[in-house]
Design a protein. Sequence first.
Length: 213
Amino acid sequence: MRYRVKICGITTPEQAVAAAAAGADAIGLVLHPASRRFVEPAQAALISAALPPFVTTVGLFVDPDASRVEAVLQAVALDCLQFHGQEAPAFCAGFGRPYLKAIAMGEGQDPRPHMDEHPDAQGFLLDSHGAGRSGGSGHRFDWGLVPGALERPWLLAGGLDADSVREALEHLRPYGVDVSSGVESAPGIKDSRRMQAFVGAVRQCEVETNEQD
């Protein structure tokens, strides 16, 4: 088993390079203006261009207009879109990119109906945010809300850091994990050592899980 790691809320090319060097599979660029980790499309393009090969670039939106998404795609080479609001399935699938749909687990809901509503989604993000928010709060939701067997690929987010991610992986076995504030020294400022420690904890857990299996 190999867990995928996404580091979200990258705000500079230097942070992106450090995330890739730490072993991240993907980075997230927050394109929602209300977020403390928001980056303008021009800055997002510089960040994307700094990445080495085989690191996926994900653009995060919250209830955007279609014109807003199209404008960003004209400026930034995004590999994947991530929607955190109340976006309809047809809207999410309408931009010619794979997409992830975030599910607001902070509201205590069953994720399965939302997964069924988005048959074209590449995967899902179970996060601790509430509706209309982008995440990155540093709080975790009640992991007991996650059903025991989810057939679609999903990532766990919310309140993860190098210490808590081991517990999460041992109990939930997600497809991957998504971290933001747990590897920061301040909102929007990613710390290279914390990123290395986080990815290292994930990889160590992989080794132990594979030995047990």
